[in-house]
Design a protein around this ligand. Structure first.
Ligand code: ARG
Length: 430
């Protein structure tokens, strides 16, 4: 590793200790390196606007930061263990290219606000993707709810309960993913605050142009107090994981349905062939591995939340413990986003097995309809309920799934799905 930027004379560097300090930190910094570079450019502009850097120094630095970004993207610059971290790699590179101008770039900033701002930009990008992916899931669900409807069993306790429909099932997931769009969007607004310019966590003796960096980096507001900026580390990561996690909870229940519905016993659904895999030993098998991994993905989000929650038992101000939040949030958010990305196509192409859906509807599933009809005609519900229970097996006589569904007029239920209302809410979410 090159000399750490904080290295002063007379302190011996122990490589084992350095390795423990660094861990995989520098490799994780690859994830937000481009954001770190973008924030460095904004910082340079801010320093120029208050006269700490000359225009010539600032334009040289900005040019070299662009070159670094390009080289990083192309692989000509590799961020690896030769650097302590991504933050010092930027300074090292600028110093190598520009000499003194490079040595000036860190004026008025600390790696503490540098890591905050790079992470914040990364989190915003993650939430933007999460919003788009939840929206795509909701759109497919609305579309399928609109264009096809087959009667299917509605289950409670995994027991057949009442007649339901594939359109109600899809509309249910549509609304849930619209909730998730809103959660991701609200969280994005919540974390949309610029921590750059808070330095080590206590501000600096320079009138930094924080309004400029806030605007230049596209933040909605400035995170005003430097101590608050440090208090947000980990807390904002948790909020993002909660937002992504709420979508992944829906993915998990959806995946559970599909893994059950594709068993030989249920046989209600067939998955597109690409989403299944064969067995290495059993030639007869097509396994729903993708669906199972979708179901498993929430675990990574939950693990990241737990890790970060455990880390946050800290006093105010920067503590090195906070570094560990980085790996957790990257892994959790990435796993969540990767799962969400597959869901729209999977849902668009899964096929219901009409005959099996029909066969799964048994006469007793009309008992609730029968009881409510009686109650609507004036019989006290409890008496109607008892009568329907006794006649449960015959309750179906003369009834069809289509009639049962056509009568399900309570708002939101099969006969009044209000897909337009759901679509309009999704539209309003921007
Ligand atoms: N890798 C460090 C982190 O994630 C960067 C900040 C280092 N700051 C410090 N004072 N050592 O927290």
């Amino acid at each position: 590793m090159t000399q750490p930027i904080w290295q002063k004379s007379g302190i011996r560097i122990d490589t084992r200790i350095m390795r423990f300090l660094a861990g995989d930190d520098v490799l994780l910094d690859r994830e937000f390196f481009l954001h770190d570079i973008a924030a460095s450019k904004a910082h340079v502009e801010g320093l120029a606007s208050i006269g700490v850097l000359s225009e010539a120094e600032a334009s040289g630095l900005k040019r070299e930061l662009d070159v670094l970004a390009r080289d990083f993207r192309s692989g000509a610059f590799v961020l690896d263990e030769t650097f302590e971290d991504g933050h010092s790699a930027i300074e090292a590179r600028l110093t190598e290219r520009l000499g003194d101008a490079g040595r000036k770039v860190h004026t008025g900033r600390s790696r503490n606000d540098q890591v905050l701002v790079a992470t914040r930009l990364w989190l915003k990008e993650g939430l933007t993707l999460a919003t788009a992916r939840c929206r795509a899931v909701a759109e497919v669900c609305l579309d399928r709810a609109r264009h096809e409807s087959l009667p299917m069993p509605g289950y409670t306790h995994l027991q057949r309960a009442v007649v339901s429909s594939t359109s109600m099932w899809f509309a249910g997931f549509a609304e849930s993913f619209i909730d998730d769009v809103q959660r991701a969007r609200d969280t994005l607004m919540w974390i949309d605050a610029n921590p750059l310019g808070t330095a080590a966590g206590y501000g600096v003796n320079l009138k930094l142009d924080r309004e400029h960096t806030t605007r230049a980096l596209g933040f909605g507001r400035m995170q005003i107090n430097p101590i608050a900026a440090q208090l947000a580390r980990g807390k904002f990561e948790l909020a993002v994981l909660e937002a992504v996690g709420s979508a992944l909870l829906d993915v998990r229940r959806l995946a559970w349905d599909l893994s059950l519905f594709t068993t030989g016993e249920f046989n209600l659904v067939s998955l597109p062939a690409e989403y299944t895999t064969g067995s290495s030993i059993m030639p007869n098998k097509r396994n729903p591995d993708v669906v199972e991994l979708l179901r498993a993905s929430y675990a990574s989000v939950a693990a990241a939340r737990t890790e970060i929650e455990q880390l946050l038992s800290l006093p105010s101000g920067y503590q090195r413990d906070l570094q560990i939040t980085k790996g957790g949030v990257f892994r959790g958010v990435q796993r969540g986003l990767a799962a969400l990305e597959l869901v729209p196509d999977l849902l668009a192409r899964l096929q219901w097995n009409e005959a099996a859906l029909h066969a799964a509807i048994e006469p007793a599933m009309y008992a609730t309809d029968a009881a409510i009809e009686q109650a609507a005609a004036g019989v006290p519900f409890r008496d109607a309920y008892r009568a329907a229970a006794e006649a449960a097996q015959v309750a179906g006589q003369g009834r069809t799934p289509a009639q049962s569904l056509a009568a399900r007029t309570s708002p939101g239920a099969h006969a009044d799905l209000r897909l337009d209302e759901l679509q309009a809410r999704l539209q309003r979410l921007g």
